[in-house]
Ligand binder design. Structure first.
Ligand code: BGC
Length: 484
């Protein structure tokens, strides 16, 4: 059989590892990412009632609320800063194992919290685990996947994030109704996160190490064995030679500083900028404060969590659609359609929330759901794609780490400031108008800066870069000598 043909004489063909199983287990880190970021949208109201944090208006002080919500992005920012170090020293597999323990610790700390400080500490820990795993898990997946299925396997991680958000909204809906004791229901909302954290930990124990990391650490024989299992063949000399070449470029000390000079600086600007505008669109004001927004739009106590659940479902379906079309339609057209749609929806939502009368709840729901659709097909996925495409190999890890910091830094800013802005600007509608204005600026930025990278080999982008093309033209077809 085919496998036997590739085996060298006398050696039986190695047993092939199931890459989809590896993908599913490692993608649980993505599920925890979505779950732990989304769960606060339902839990916050009950946490504040439990600890009786009230000001004159009977509400938790907006700064305290902002701090509890933004503790996860803050932790994730710290995690993202350390992720490169973890990936290099502990290794990809052990870093994911480590994050599973931190996820577990953070979840238990928040679920059994005796006071608000412990809730914040638990959420900081969850954030730390998210920041590390959101960088290391996709890296691990890309290093263990055979090239033919690499895109699909990495995509499983993205999909897992939206599924985790949806799971959080479903759990919030369930426990807000099924447990009437408000000092307990939020503990269960957090506590459910223990299950995926345990599956991640025990599952990862049985997963292989990344062959690329083993090679980096000089454990060449082990790297070869793992690769033989992953590919299901004995002769992996070609793949080993490729790993050797790419490992030589990894972690060169100069690569970080080079990012701040030409020609790499514009690439950093594109990836960094896209994440800034992703967050300034206000996506996480809706993801993390959804029930409050729906309440303002006219939904009642019992329906606001249901509306949030439908929003999560729309996000999953639209993300699936976005991934299906991104290589067909291209990044730029998707971004343009997405930006125009988001600006319109944010404007309508802002207008409806301005009066605060809650007269047209279903119009508000429609504008939120459509906003989610436009977001998911454009600013939801394209920044992640751009950051992994535009950097040349030697600067990829550092470039991605800095872009991830923009993602978490601005996520923190938006999630911390939402309530404060609502108070300062007079009403929620004005805040969504502000997000609409930021998104308009984002549209102009993307129009002039983002290259079309559809159907381009990463090496072609690299050649254009070193040929001096501006970043917007990075995806231009390379003319062969005969065409000139
Ligand atoms: C963003 C997250 C957001 C999620 C919603 C991602 O692209 O980075 O901040 O919560 O989309 O699906």
């Amino acid at each position: 059989m085919k496998r036997n043909q590739t085996a060298t004489a006398g050696t039986p063909a190695p047993k092939k590892a199931n890459i989809y199983l590896i993908g599913t287990i490692a993608a649980i880190a993505g599920l925890l990412f979505g779950f732990d970021t989304g769960v606060i949208s339902g839990a916050q109201e009950f946490i504040f009632k439990t600890f009786e944090l009230k000001n004159d208006a009977g509400l938790a002080s907006e700064a305290t609320r902002g701090f509890v919500v933004s503790a996860v992005p803050l932790g994730a920012l710290l995690g993202a800063l350390m992720s490169g170090l973890f990936a290099r020293t502990l290794g990809r597999k052990r870093s994911i194992l480590f994050t599973a323990i931190v996820f577990l610790g953070g979840t238990l700390c928040a679920a059994f919290a005796p006071n608000l400080e412990s809730v914040v500490l638990g959420r900081l820990l969850m954030g730390l685990a998210i920041g590390i795993s959101a960088m290391v898990a996709p890296m691990y997946l890309s290093e263990v996947s055979p090239p033919q299925v690499r895109g699909t396997i990495i995509f499983m991680f993205q999909l897992a994030i939206t599924l985790g958000l949806l799971a959080a909204f479903a759990i919030n809906l369930w426990f807000s109704h099924s447990i009437q004791d408000f000092t307990m229901n939020w503990r269960w909302m957090f506590g459910v996160g223990v299950v995926p954290a345990l599956i991640l930990f025990f599952g990862m124990l049985f997963m292989p190490c990344s062959p690329r990391w083993l090679h980096l650490k000089g454990r060449v024989n082990e790297a070869q064995k793992v690769l033989q299992n992953l590919l299901g063949k004995s002769d992996v000399s070609k793949e080993m030679a490729e790993i050797k070449v790419s490992v030589q470029g990894e972690g060169r000390s100069g690569s970080f500083l080079q990012l701040f000079k030409k020609p790499l600086l514009p690439l950093l600007a594109v990836s960094f900028g896209l994440f800034v505008f992703q967050q300034l669109s206000g996506i996480n004001a809706i993801m993390y404060y959804g029930p409050q927004v729906f309440a303002k739009a006219g939904f009642g106590e019992s329906t606001k969590y249901l509306a949030q659940f439908f929003m999560g479902l729309t996000n999953v379906v639209a993300t699936l659609f976005g991934v299906w079309v991104v290589d067909k339609i291209g990044r730029r057209p998707l971004l343009s359609i997405g930006f125009i749609g988001m600006i319109a929806c944010l404007g309508i939502l802002g207008f409806l929330l301005k009066s605060g009368s809650g007269e047209y709840p279903f119009l508000a729901l429609a504008s939120i759901l459509l906003f989610i659709v436009f977001f998911a097909i454009s600013l939801g996925g394209v920044p992640y794609i751009m950051m992994s495409e535009v950097f040349p190999l030697k600067a990829r890890a550092s470039g991605m780490a800095i872009a991830s910091c923009a993602n978490w830094g601005f996520n923190m800013l938006v999630s911390f400031s939402f309530g404060i802005l609502v108070t300062a600007m007079g009403n929620m509608g004005n805040v969504f108008m502000l997000y609409a204005s930021c998104t308009m600026v984002g549209f102009i930025f993307a129009w002039y800066m983002v290259p079309e990278t559809k159907n381009r080999q990463l090496e072609e982008l690299e050649q254009n870069l070193y040929a001096g093309k501006p970043v917007r033209r990075l995806g231009d077809q390379i003319s062969r000598p005969a065409d000139v």
